[in-house]
Design a protein around this ligand. Structure first.
Ligand code: NAP
Ligand code: MG
Length: 532
C-alpha cells in the first residue's frame, strides 16, 4: 500500500477545487434532523398501519379480500397484511380517476387552487414527518436519518416546488401573419399510472405524484410490494389537504398482477415507471399490446466514479466516493459502484476508501447513529451476497466487508480492488454496498471503460482541470454528470438515463411536469374587422 500523498503536477490551466462545501446533501442532513432511538421506537410501537388500498377517497380491502405481508427488514417480522389489488381493483381505481379527470374538478381547476392544495400537502407532510419517517424506516430498512431527511425536507420541497409551478407555466403564441392567431397550449395528459420501486418509497412517489398533480392529471399509484405503508399514509394526507376524491388512488399489490393490470389498462393515458430495466421493457410491451399509452421509464444503472490523475485524494473526495457507493446501503440507481481510478492513485485511494468504509455503522435503522440499515428483503440480501462471492471467485481483491449478519438483512460495506471490466461485479447492477476499484491508465481509457456499459444514468468525475472536466462531462453518455462531488442534482434539475437506464422522460425539473402534459395547437383564423 502506498501511504504517501502524491504530488499533483499534472494539474494545469484553470483549476477546479474540490471544496468542503460541495459535499452531497445527505452528509449534511446528519446534523440537521434527529430523533432519538427511544422516541423512534415509541413512535414505531404506536403505529398501526392497516394496509388498505385507497380508491376514490376511501380506504378499502381488495375486492377479493386477498392480502400479502409487508415485512420489517431489520427484524424479519411481519408489520401488517396489505391489500393485494387485482384487476377488478385496478378497474375501480381507474374508473374513479377517469371520472374525477373528466369532471374537471382538478384537471380544469384554477391553477391557483391546485397550488394551494399541493402547498397544504407539503405542510401536512412536514407536520407528520416523524410518523412518516418511522413508518418508512420500519417498512424499508432505510435509516431513520435518511428517512427524516427525505420526508422532512425533500418530499415537502417537491410538493411545494411543483405546487408553485402550477400557476407559473405558460403556453406559447407562434409567429403568424395577421390572418391567424396560433396558440400552443398545454393540457393534462389524463390518468397517469405511477409504478414505483422500494429504495426511496415516499420520495419516488413524490417525484412522480407532485408534477402529475400539478399538471392536472389524476393518478393511480402502485407502490413496490415491499414498501407500501408510507404511500398509503400520504394518500390520507392528500385528502386532508383538500385533494378531491378519485384524483389520487393507491393500489398496493404485486408487479405481475397490479403492475401488469396498470400497464395494460386501456383507459390509462400515461405510465411513469421507476424500477429495473427488465420490467421497464415489460411496460413497453404492455403499451404496445393495449392502447399505446405513453411510457416514461427510469431504470437501472452501473455508474462510474472517475478519478483522473490530477485529482488530489482528499478527505472530501473519499467522503464523496464512499457516499456515492454506500448511501442507502448501495440500493440506489445512481450509485457509483465502478470507481475508475488513475493507476497512480489507485493504491492510496483503495487504502483510504477502505478505512472510510470500515467506519460506517451498520445496524438498527431506528438508531440515529446508524449509517447503513438493512437490505430490503432476505432475497435481495442473498442476491448481493452472491455478487460478493462472484467478485472473489473472479479474482477481485476483497479489502473489507463481505460479511452479513442477522436476523435482519444486514451487509457490511464491501470494497474490492483490482476489479477488471469483464467481471460481473463491474458489469451488472448489484444494488447493494459493493464498491469496486478499477485502475485506469489516463483520461481516454477512463472514458472508454466508463462508457462501456448498457446503462447511462450517472457519472462523477474528479479533476482539477476545467478543460478535462468539460471534455468528460460532454462525452460521458449518461443523464447526469457530476464534477468534483457526487450529486444527483435537486428538484430543479431533470433526472433520468441514456441507453437502457431510461426513456426520454425525465423526473424532476420542469421536464417532469412536461411528461404529464399534452401539447395542443389552437389555430384561429382572423379577419380584419370592418371599420366602425
Ligand atoms: P422492479 O422489480 O423493476 O420493480 C419496480 C416496480 O415494478 C414495482 O412496483 C414492481 O412491483 C413492479 N413490477 C415488477 N414486475 C412487474 C411486472 N411484470 N409488470 C408490471 N409491474 C411490475 O424494481 P425494484 O427491484 O423495485 O427496484 C430496483 C430497480 O429500480 C433497480 O434496477 C434500480 O436501478 C431501479 N431504480 C431506478 C431509478 C431511476 O430513477 N432511474 C430510481 C430508483 C430505482 P413489485 O414490487 O410487486 O415487484
Ligand atoms: Mg417492508
Amino acid at each position: 500500500m502506498c501511504l504517501a500523498w502524491p504530488r499533483n503536477d499534472r494539474a494545469r490551466g484553470v483549476h477546479l477545487r474540490c471544496t468542503q462545501r460541495s459535499r452531497p446533501n445527505w452528509l449534511d442532513r446528519r446534523r440537521t434532523m434527529t430523533l432519538t432511538r427511544d422516541s423512534a421506537r415509541e413512535i414505531a410501537a404506536r403505529l398501526a398501519p392497516d394496509g388498505l388500498a385507497f380508491i376514490n377517497g376511501r380506504f378499502a380491502p381488495a375486492l377479493d379480500g386477498s392480502t400479502f405481508e409487508t415485512i420489517n427488514p431489520a427484524t424479519g417480522e411481519v408489520i401488517t397484511h396489505v391489500a393485494h389489488c387485482g384487476t377488478a381493483d385496478v378497474e375501480r381505481a381507474v374508473k374513479a380517476a377517469r371520472s374525477a379527470f373528466d369532471s374537471g374538478v382538478w384537471s380544469r381547476a384554477a391553477p391557483e387552487y391546485r397550488k394551494q392544495v399541493l402547498l397544504r400537502l407539503a405542510e401536512l407532510v412536514r407536520t407528520h414527518r416523524d410518523e412518516l419517517a418511522v413508518l418508512e424506516s420500519i417498512d424499508s430498512g432505510k435509516t431513520i436519518t435518511d428517512c427524516l431527511h427525505e420526508i422532512g425536507r425533500e418530499v415537502p420541497n417537491f410538493f411545494q416546488w411543483y405546487g408553485e409551478l402550477a400557476d407559473k407555466s405558460f403556453g406559447k403564441v407562434a409567429p403568424t401573419a395577421e390572418n391567424a392567431l396560433a396558440l400552443i397550449v398545454k393540457e393534462p395528459a389524463g390518468v397517469a399510472g405511477l409504478v414505483l420501486p422500494w429504495n426511496f418509497p415516499l420520495l419516488m412517489a413524490t417525484w412522480k405524484t407532485a408534477p402529475a398533480l400539478a399538471a392536472g392529471c389524476s393518478v393511480v399509484i402502485k407502490p413496490a410490494e415491499q414498501t407500501p405503508l408510507s404511500i398509503l399514509r400520504l394518500a390520507k394526507l392528500s385528502q386532508e389537504a383538500g385533494l378531491p376524491d378519485g384524483v389520487l388512488n393507491v393500489l398496493p399489490g404485486l408487479g405481475e398482477t397490479t403492475g401488469q393490470a396498470i400497464g395494460r389498462h386501456p383507459d390509462i393515458d400515461i405510465v411513469s415507471f421507476t424500477g429495473s430495466t427488465e420490467v421497464g421493457g415489460h411496460f413497453l410491451r404492455y403499451a404496445g399490446e393495449s392502447n399505446l399509452k405513453i411510457i416514461g421509464l427510469e431504470m437501472g444503472g452501473k455508474s462510474p466514479f472517475i478519478i483522473l490523475d490530477d485529482a488530489a485524494i482528499t478527505d472530501d473526495l473519499i467522503e464523496h466516493a464512499a457516499t456515492s457507493a454506500f448511501w442507502n446501503g448501495g440500493q440506489n440507481c445512481s450509485a457509483n459502484m465502478r470507481q475508475l481510478v488513475d493507476r497512480h492513485l489507485a493504491e492510496e485511494f483503495a487504502y483510504r476508501v477502505t478505512a472510510r468504509a470500515r467506519a460506517f455503522r451498520v445496524g438498527d435503522p431506528l438508531d440515529p447513529a446508524t449509517n447503513i440499515g438493512a437490505m430490503v428483503t432476505k432475497e435481495h440480501k442473498n442476491r448481493v451476497m452472491g455478487y460478493i462471492a462472484r467478485g472473489t471467485a473472479e479474482g477481485a481483491r476483497l479489502l473489507t466487508g463481505g460479511d452479513a449478519s442477522g436476523p435482519g438483512y444486514f451487509i457490511e460495506p464491501t470494497v474490492f480492488a483490482d476489479m477488471t471490466q469483464t467481471m460481473s461485479i463491474a458489469r451488472e447492477e448489484i444494488f447493494g454496498p459493493v464498491l469496486g476499484i478499477l485502475p485506469v491508465d489516463g483520461m481516454e481509457e477512463a472514458l472508454r471503460i466508463a462508457s462501456d456499459t448498457d446503462y447511462g444514468l450517472h457519472a462523477t468525475v474528479f479533476t482539477r482541470d476545467i478543460d478535462r472536466a468539460i471534455h468528460m462531462a460532454r462525452r460521458l453518455p449518461c443523464g447526469t454528470v457530476s464534477v468534483n462531488g457526487f450529486s444527483e442534482g435537486d428538484v430543479k434539475t431533470p433526472f433520468g438515463g441514456y441507453k437502457r437506464s431510461g426513456s426520454l422522460a425525465r423526473d424532476n425539473g420542469t421536464e417532469a411536469m412536461d411528461q404529464y402534459l399534452q401539447t395542443k395547437t389552437i389555430w384561429i383564423a382572423t379577419a380584419q374587422p370592418a371599420a366602425s
